[in-house]
Design a protein around this ligand. Sequence first.
Ligand code: HEC
Length: 130
Amino acid sequence: MKKLIYLTIFLLVTGAFTNQISAQSSWVAPKSADSNINPFKDDIEATKIGKKLYRQMCVTCHGVKGKGDGIAGVALTPKPANFTSGELQSQTDGAFFWKITEGKSPMAAYNMLNDKQRWQLVNYIRTLKQ
Ligand code: HEC
């Protein structure tokens, strides 16, 4: 019985600790994602469709200008990513693609979109950099 109590306390403490770490650390895609090359790079038509998809599916959290200030994002932890940030934009298209595919709570995995649509979104996200 005592063991069980200790175990519970241990789990609570480590749980709180790892929660704090994940709130601080940024989300890193695996190295292998970087070698996935964007077949629609510089394709203006693809970027246009990406904008439409973004306005439909992403804007509520990431905001119109991509600052992470959408109405549904305000109460979220961690906050939705800010696509205007140069540091965030320094990752590869493949890394963005991987994150959109995999998701990470509270963001859903957008694997219901096909590859082309997810690349179109990557193209559009690139235009939000300031
Ligand atoms: C429910 C709110 C929500 C919606 C809707 C949403 N996201 Fe996110 N997104 C987040 C949050 C929160 C994070 C930060 C996750 C983290 O850092 O742990 C994030 C992070 C990201 C990242 C990773 C940025 C980085 O850190 O490198 C990308 C890329 C992204 N979102 C793209 C999209 C796209 C594209 C869509 C639409 C198809 C979308 N998101 C829809 C909440 C959302």
